[in-house]
Design a protein around this ligand. Structure first.
Ligand code: C2E
Ligand code: CA
Ligand code: CA
Ligand code: CA
Length: 274
């Protein structure tokens, strides 16, 4: 039956129909989840490389699904982006991250912002509202953006980034090295920090050329006056190399996994922090 259907209708196959149905079901489930507040934030520490003090935490969203349990963002963010649901979801993440960070003196929180939110939402207004309703000082909020935000209209991207900076928040370029944007553009964007993608950190210690690439990103960051964070630090060897090369900040399973908000108080109460 499959073969004859395929033959007669070029653009129809039962598999494609299943896929569309699955995505539609997931979209409905996502809408329901937003309304019934099934999303939670986990927080992963970011440490100063020199002292291993916790400087900040990155908010990472999870879906606490009534049937499937804790669902990772990679399984729902792409569809949330395609359907525009990332705009209300991203707004919730901003509100919740600011609210959580405001409970701890001096804690900086990083929030991931989707390119869709950046282009189609009223991000500046959402950020302003999240800061004002939580009471979190703007200096304690950092937004993480990927090169995807820079791909379309450079002029308008710069304008939006400047408007965000004018609120007093800081900006990080996430997953640095994985995008396609020209390095030459980087100097025109008001980023405060580069986050080296974990794919460059993973081979550190095994391959000498991987260290040269990381060193090149570190010099680039330094030349542009940006602080550099290595993400995905998993081994003692990677830690050693990154500290030797004077990477500014570190993040990774070796130093701390993403954790629920309740565990933050224990982490931050640690005397090693102050
Ligand atoms: P990302 O922003 O690059 O976040 C870092 C991801 O790497 C997180 O995965 C984190 O758990 C993981 N990670 C941290 N340390 C290590 C390590 O040492 N080794 C390895 N292998 N992985 C590590 P997670 O939480 O699954 O998030 C995946 C991606 O989903 C994020 O990548 C980000 O792009 C997106 N995401 C997460 N939360 C949000 C959100 O609130 N809004 C938006 N727009 N995107 C989000
Ligand atoms: Ca990030
Ligand atoms: Ca990243
Ligand atoms: Ca990513």
């Amino acid at each position: 039956a499959k073969a004859t259907r395929r033959g007669s209708h070029q653009f129809y196959s039962p598999e494609m129909n299943d896929l569309i149905r699955q995505r539609r079901a997931l979209e409905i489930d996502l809408r329901r989840a937003l309304a019934s507040q099934e999303f939670v934030l986990h927080f992963q520490p970011r440490l100063r490389a020199e002292t291993l003090q916790v400087m900040a935490v990155e908010a990472l969203v999870r879906w606490q699904h009534p049937i499937h349990g804790l669902v990772a963002p990679g399984d729902f963010i792409p569809l949330a982006e395609e359907t525009g649901l990332i705009i209300p979801l991203g707004d919730w993440v901003l509100q919740e991250a600011c609210r959580a960070a405001a409970c701890y003196p001096d804690l900086v929180v990083s929030v991931n912002v989707s390119p869709v939110q950046f282009r189609n939402g009223d991000l500046v207004e959402q950020v302003r509202a999240a800061l004002s309703s939580s009471g979190l000082p703007a200096s304690r909020l950092e937004l993480e953006l990927t090169e995807g935000v820079l791909l379309e209209n450079i002029e308008s991207a710069i304008k939006s980034l400047r408007a965000l900076k004018a609120l007093g928040v800081s900006l990080a370029m996430d997953d640095f090295g994985t995008g396609y944007s020209s390095l030459g553009y980087l100097q025109h964007f008001p980023f405060d920090r580069l986050k080296i993608d974990k794919s460059f950190i993973a081979p550190l210690g095994d391959r000498e050329d991987s260290r040269s690439i990381v060193q090149a990103i570190l010099s680039l960051g330094r030349a542009l006056g940006m602080s550099v964070t290595a993400e995905g630090v998993e081994s003692a060897e990677q830690l050693r190399v990154l500290r030797d090369d004077n990477c500014d900040e570190l993040q990774g399973f070796l130093l701390g996994r993403p954790m629920p908000a309740e565990q933050l108080s224990e982490l931050l109460a640690d005397p090693a922090r102050s």
